[in-house]
Design a protein around this ligand. Sequence first.
Ligand SMILES: [Zn+2]
Length: 63
Amino acid sequence: MVDEEIGEEETPVETFDVSYSCLRCGTSVLNSELSRLPEIKCICGFRVFTKDRPPVVKTVKAI
Ligand SMILES: [Zn+2]
C-alpha cells in the first residue's frame, strides 16, 4: 500500500515582473499585464515582444 499524501496543488507563481518590449513600437509591458490580457498583443496591435533583460552588471577586477 502506498501512503499517498494529499496535498494542495501548488502552482508556482512568478512573483517577479518580467518586462517585455514590443518589437515594433518599443512599448514595454510587464509580464503581469500581458497575462491579464485575453491575448498577448501590444497596444499598437503587434504581437511580437522581446524580453527585456536587466542590465548586465559586469564585475571587472581591478588590479
Ligand atoms: Zn507595439
